[in-house]
Write a protein that binds this ligand. Structure first.
Ligand code: NAD
Length: 264
């Protein structure tokens, strides 16, 4: 194959369907010649993910629930046996109880706080450790975050706290793994119409508000996030690590939108 990612192999975690950010990223990587392995969370997702990965000529598909250490171990044992090494990892995984993605952050329960942190933040660290062990030639790790980590966004609540911890972990992992030539970055994506995205209260309102008030007056597409991921995972960004890269049509730069004008 030819392309920016020719000869590179990587693991994509977090494809639930063709709207998943992980799928947008995988499509961009495949187009540029990368060889990809995929995971799915449970049997319900398998039949949706299988035809997708076949459409890009991929065949490595393994179950992985990041709450289960044994399932992470089994995944990496199989990868090590079949591929030996990898060059990159995409972590596009998050979870919180839908009931706590509305109303007040103040009402978060201890159980859901822990579970949200475990799945949405700690799993990236656990996977980074496993991935680094099969990256003898260095590599690039990527996770997904949202502006709710930096500022209060409606209903994002405990997920915002988990994303803040995730962004901090990106910096610590970048420091730990940099000496091995492994880079660690995150894309802060604007609101997108995905399964996880629609679990957040008033998702449509947030989507429309971003479209109307971002500098580019639009929402970002899977292709646009895929393009940024291609940059961060590939040879164009070998000087970049520990970075939170916003792919949100510029929304993060805005303090307050201009006053509405009826005539405009
Ligand atoms: P999605 O629903 O398509 O993907 C979420 C994935 O997380 C699913 O594939 C699901 O199976 C997986 N997952 C959840 N719990 C898991 C577990 N215990 N083990 C293994 N996998 C598990 O939604 P998405 O929007 O593509 O989400 C991908 C990432 O992008 C998430 O980290 C999300 O927070 C982030 N993000 C989303 C938006 C948005 O607006 N959709 C914006 C910024 C960041």
């Amino acid at each position: 194959t030819t392309g920016l990612m020719a000869g590179k192999r990587g693991l994509i975690m977090g494809v639930a369907n063709n709207h998943s950010i992980a799928w947008g990223i995988a499509s961009s990587l495949a187009r540029e010649g990368a060889e990809l392995a995929f995971t799915y969370q449970g049997d319900a997702f398998r039949k949706r993910v299988e035809p997708l990965i076949q459409s890009i000529g991929a065949s490595f598909l393994a179950p992985c629930d990041v709450e289960d250490d044994a399932s992470i171990a089994a995944l990496f044992d199989r990868l090590a046996a079949e591929w030996g090494s990898i060059d990159f990892l995409v972590h596009a995984i998050a979870y919180s109880d839908k009931e706590e993605l509305k109303g007040r952050y103040l009402d978060t329960t201890a159980d859901n706080f822990s579970r949200t942190m475990r799945i949405s933040c700690y799993s990236f660290t656990a996977l980074a450790k496993r991935a680094a062990a099969i990256m003898p030639n260095g590599g690039s790790l990527l996770t997904l975050t949202y502006l709710g980590a930096e500022r209060v966004m409606p209903n994002y609540n405990v997920m915002g706290v988990a994303k803040a911890a995730l962004e901090a972990s990106v910096r610590y992992l970048a420091a730990d793994l940099g000496p091995q030539g492994i880079r660690v970055n995150t894309i802060s994506a604007g609101p997108m119409r995905t399964l996880a995205g629609s679990a957040i209260g008033d998702a449509r309102y947030v989507f429309r508000f971003n479209q109307q008030n971002s500098p580019l007056r639009k929402n970002v597409t899977l292709d646009e996030v895929g393009g940024a991921a291609l940059y961060l995972l590939g040879p164009l960004s070998t000087g970049v690590t520990g970075e939170v890269h916003h792919v949100d049509a510029g929304y993060h730069a805005i303090g307050m939108p201009p006053a509405p004008r009826n005539s405009e």
